[in-house]
Design a protein around this ligand. Structure first.
Ligand code: MG
Length: 465
């Protein structure tokens, strides 16, 4: 096995040095912003994988069979975890819907967006036209692109998915609870048109599933990017009729079990088309569970707090990568990874450009997906909380909180700041060790100060024009 790996490595080196020469010739006649990242790829030698992102809304780390939930049955999610790679330290970039989706689709920290962490139906802003989304990057490389589900990156038409790289869109423009009586109506949008007001939400998961499966089944030559940001288990919980009342974990369990069914349908369609060996599927959630809703909210598993909080429960998510034949079966990655890494990794795998005219915070984790490399010491991970304020930083095992917020309203450490936790020994953030490790605090404080200065200096696209 070691020999095979070694010979593959040598062959990869040979082909990449050949490609560098070829790209050198090409770029002389067509200078392109993609030249950096596409140096190792061309259409002829690299089969660009299909990219599928299955993105739950408000599901917690502990809501799945494979993460230890004793009541919720998720055989399809458990199967892709067993067939692929599961991450034990996978993060969304924000504990809130909008900010998290911005980061997933741009590879950038939510603070760079230029708008708040949750957009409402009347928010005037959305994702800026100059952001370069994953859909734009992949479409630029010839991918067919589609989103079926919850967008939440701006309601005005200029901010809807079709204006940001997607060929097709069917879904809700924001959260499924932004409906009467608080708001006038909740629209279901196809393309740029409202096709239904206040749709029957018990049909949504099945509808997004059917559209996703149809999209996969289509005859096409080009690769595809399919983004399925489900509108649940965000409240209100509306399981389909076939699932209502079936789970021992109540309505929340019903909803997760329907989502699991949906994922089974999508994976089944990929398998049936013979696309499994050329399709990378990521599965995760936008933020942690809504724990104050008690049995209507999910579980953060061993982690503290939930959605809206920068305690681990707000941002530590289930994470699975599935790509039979490439991602080693049954593998576990114990290092930090984030949704922003999905952006960079997918672009790299497609031979697409990663923008260099702005800060991109994600990292290419494709070597880790192949099981052949560790990422080494990772750049810091920044936790942005309510109001896009920096709340915490993590480097290696150390996490320092400089502000805290909790969904429960509990101030767990009675206003003491900064707080320091060793996440590998204390993933539940129970034992503050700030007083024992002043040198770590000092190092992290210096990181924070540089980071805050850099972020402020770069600003957002809204600041520039
Ligand atoms: Mg959410």
């Amino acid at each position: 096995y070691q020999l095979i790996r070694e010979s593959n490595r040598i062959m990869a080196m040979r082909s990449s040095s050949f490609m560098l020469i070829l790209v050198g010739v090409l770029s002389a006649c067509a200078p392109s912003p993609s030249e950096d990242s596409s140096a190792n790829y061309t259409d002829s030698d690299t089969k660009r994988p299909n990219i599928v992102i299955l993105f739950l809304d408000d599901a917690g780390y502990g809501d799945f069979g494979y993460t230890g939930n004793p009541l919720i049955r998720t055989p399809n999610i458990d199967r892709i975890a067993a067939e692929g790679m599961r991450f034990t330290q996978f993060y969304s970039a924000s504990p809130a819907c909008t900010a998290s989706r911005y980061a997933l689709l741009t590879g950038r920290l939510p603070v760079r967006a230029g708008f708040g962490w949750v957009l409402t139906p009347s928010s005037p802003r959305g994702i800026h036209p100059e952001e370069w989304t994953l859909a734009e990057g992949l479409r630029d490389r010839g991918y067919a692109t589609a989103i079926y589900g919850k967008w939440h990156l701006g309601r005005p038409e200029e901010y809807l998915p079709l204006q940001h790289g997607f060929d097709e869109y069917l879904g809700l423009p924001y959260s499924n609870d932004m409906q009467p009586p608080q708001w006038i109506s909740l629209p279901l949008i196809e393309g740029n048109e409202v096709v239904e007001l206040d749709p029957d939400q018990t049909l949504l998961t099945a509808t997004f599933t059917r559209r996703a499966v149809e999209f996969i089944e289509r005859d096409r030559q080009e690769p595809f990017f399919l983004y399925v940001p489900y509108s649940m288990p965000h409240l209100p919980l509306m399981p389909g009729a076939a699932f209502a009342g079936g789970s021992p974990r109540g309505t929340y369990g019903d909803v997760i079990e329907e989502l699991d069914w949906s994922i089974g349908e999508i994976i089944g369609a990929i398998n049936k088309r013979g696309l499994a060996k050329n399709t990378l599927v990521f599965f995760t959630s936008d933020n942690g569970p809504w724990i104050i809703k008690n049995e209507h909210g999910g579980s953060a598993g061993p982690f503290r707090d939930g959605k809206g909080s920068t305690w681990e429960g707000g941002m530590r998510e289930p994470g699975i990568a599935w790509w039979p034949g490439t991602v080693p079966k049954g593998s576990v990655d114990h290092e930090v990874a984030t949704t922003m890494d999905i952006y960079v990794t997918a672009l790299q795998l497609a031979g697409a450009r990663v923008p260099t005219d702005r800060t991109v915070d994600g990292h290419d984790i494709s070597p880790r997906l192949r099981g052949s490399s560790s990422s080494g010491p990772r750049n810091p991970l920044y936790y942005y909380g309510p109001g896009q304020k920096l709340h915490a930083v993590r480097q290696g095992p150390w996490k320092m909180h400089i502000m805290t917020s909790s969904q429960t309203g509990i101030d767990y450490f009675e206003a003491k700041l900064p707080l320091l936790f060793h996440l590998e020994r204390d993933p539940g953030e129970r034992w503050d060790v700030a007083d024992q490790f002043p040198e770590v605090i000092e190092r992290l404080e210096s990181l924070v100060s540089t980071h805050v200065t850099d972020v402020a200096a770069e600003g957002s696209f809204f600041d520039r024009n």
